[in-house]
Design a protein around this ligand. Structure first.
Ligand SMILES: Cc1ncc(COP(=O)(O)O)c(C=O)c1O
Length: 483
């Protein structure tokens, strides 16, 4: 049986196996009743993990194309007649024609392995379990009758919760917004989807600082939106490149994460914030401000106020925040703040997406914010991540001195590391996996070759030190292989 897998393709490997075996069976090349290779044998032939073949065989079995007999092996279904009259859907074709493009394959690989505790996780953008607000949640839920929070929500979010958010953003970031200027979302991720799908059309060009988390989202490609790169230095994006870019491409929107940007950790300097606002105002381009990491300040000066605190809510900035980084990603709570007409348009789309965020979660989060639980937890997260960051910096000094350069960000979850001898991303990721450490290659975030993003949020200090030692081994092995 001859299968040809394309590792660089977006289609997952198991799906490629399913599609090709399906074709071989339907074309008669694999006749009814013929024996299939064992999972182990096929995995070794294709030089892939056995679990990938297991997954493909499961899917083929579910489609009725093959069947397994205990002690004897796996066979193509006995009767071609059954297959031809079955008219089962060709799922692989459906799956490759959906509206949304699949996640970048490098990232998918990392996501598949992160639940496995045998790897040291320097990839995840979430804190470790012991930093989550479990105790206070238990307290808030104790003996409560939650029956009144089980209805469909107002698609904008419950009024009481939007008022709680208005107080929160006023106190924490100096943003003056009322409840009609706020839309509750399922995290920042949904905020980005709503903004893109409500306000942009296929063929539009948008400018995003590069590198940026936003390049990792298939969302823009799925929506036919072209991404224009704005360069970034140690003071954040360089806005002076925007007018030229606009003349050439007519920018429809600028997206920025000005505070502890993911992945670089940089903060957009105050003067550049004002310059960005001035330029975008002059060109009538809206700015989308992603404030997701803004609370994770670890050292150094307090970051400047968000852009929207400078422009006012009815101005040119559409702002979104989230509790994923400062509380728990499992809350799935975020918000968009902007002009009421835009909020109301997006609320209508949110209604069409999911009928509103769970009122139960909104109520719990509202109590959590108002009880002071959020501020306490944030202090714990900051203290733990400051220690973790120090540990990672020490380990980098010890193991990668002379082989890489890295940032010392004032906040956020990540260190952005540049290898002095750039390695092919896939080889580095695969060697890292062999060494038992996960990180994210920089290409995922739009960077040129040779960068990796290292998260100090998930692993503990011992794991971080060991993880960097393993990464250094992987870097050396890949460098030798490249010579
Ligand atoms: C910069 C940035 N923005 C937005 C998000 C979306 O996060 P969530 O949907 O959990 O709020 C993430 C997630 O990692 C992120 O890194």
């Amino acid at each position: 049986m001859k299968l040809d897998l394309d590792r660089g393709h977006n289609e997952p490997l198991h799906q490629q196996i399913v599609r090709q075996v399906e074709t071989l069976i339907l074309s008669g090349e694999l006749p009814p009743g013929s024996g299939m290779p064992t999972e182990r044998h096929l995995a070794s032939l294709l030089r892939i993990h056995r679990s990938t073949v297991t997954k493909a065989y499961e899917q083929l079995r579910a489609a009725g194309l093959i069947h397994s007999v205990q002690g004897r092996g796996t066979f193509v279904a006995d009767s071609m007649w059954d297959l031809q009259t079955n008219h089962f859907p060709r799922w692989s074709q459906y799956m490759s024609s959906g509206v949304f493009r699949p996640t970048i394959s490098l990232l998918r690989k990392v996501h598949q392995l992160t639940p496995d505790p045998s790897y040291i996780n320097l990839a995840d953008g979430e804190v470790s379990l012991d930093l989550l607000p479990t105790a206070i949640m238990k307290e808030l839920l104790k003996g409560e009758d939650m029956a009144s929070f089980m209805h469909y929500s107002d698609p904008r979010g419950e009024r009481k919760f939007r008022q709680a958010i208005a107080r929160h953003v006023q106190k924490q970031y100096g943003i003056e917004a009322d409840e009609d200027e706020i839309l509750v979302t399922s995290g920042g991720q949904q905020a980005m989807h709503l903004i893109t799908q409500c306000l942009l059309s296929s063929g539009d060009s948008i400018a995003i600082e590069c590198p940026s988390y936003h390049y990792s989202l298939p969302l823009f490609m799925s929506s036919g939106i072209r991404l224009l790169r704005i360069p970034v230095d140690q003071d954040g994006m360089i806005p002076s490149s925007l007018p030229e870019l606009h003349r050439a491409h007519r920018i429809r929107m600028v997206i920025t994460s000005p505070t502890y940007q993911n992945p670089t950790g940089v903060v957009l300097a105050k003067e550049r914030r004002l310059e960005l606002i001035r330029i975008c105002r002059g060109l009538s381009i809206p700015i989308v401000e992603d404030h997701t990491f803004s609370d994770i300040r670890l050292h150094g000066e307090a970051p400047p106020l968000p852009l929207i605190a400078n422009t006012g809510v009815e101005g040119s900035v559409l702002y979104f925040g989230s509790l994923s980084k400062s509380a728990a990603p499992g809350f799935r709570i975020g918000w968009i703040i902007g002009p009421r007409s835009v909020i109301s348009r997006m609320a209508d789309i949110k209604q069409q997406f999911d009928f509103g965020t769970s009122p139960l979660m909104q109520e719990l989060t509202s109590r959590y914010l108002e009880s002071g639980g959020w501020s306490e937890q944030l202090e714990r997260i900051r203290a733990a991540l400051s220690r973790n960051q120090e540990t990672m910096l020490h380990a980098l000094d010890r193991h990668l001195q002379g082989k890489a350069e890295w940032t010392r960000p004032g906040g956020g979850y990540h260190i952005w590391c540049r290898l002095l001898q750039p390695a092919a991303e896939t080889s580095l990721l695969e060697e890292g996996i062999r060494q038992g450490v996960l990180m994210v290659p920089g290409r995922v975030y739009g960077a040129e070759a040779g960068y990796v993003r290292l998260s100090y949020a998930r692993a503990n200090e011992g794991e971080i030190a060991e993880g960097i030692a393993r990464l250094a081994r992987a870097v050396s092995i890949v460098a030798v292989g490249q010579r």
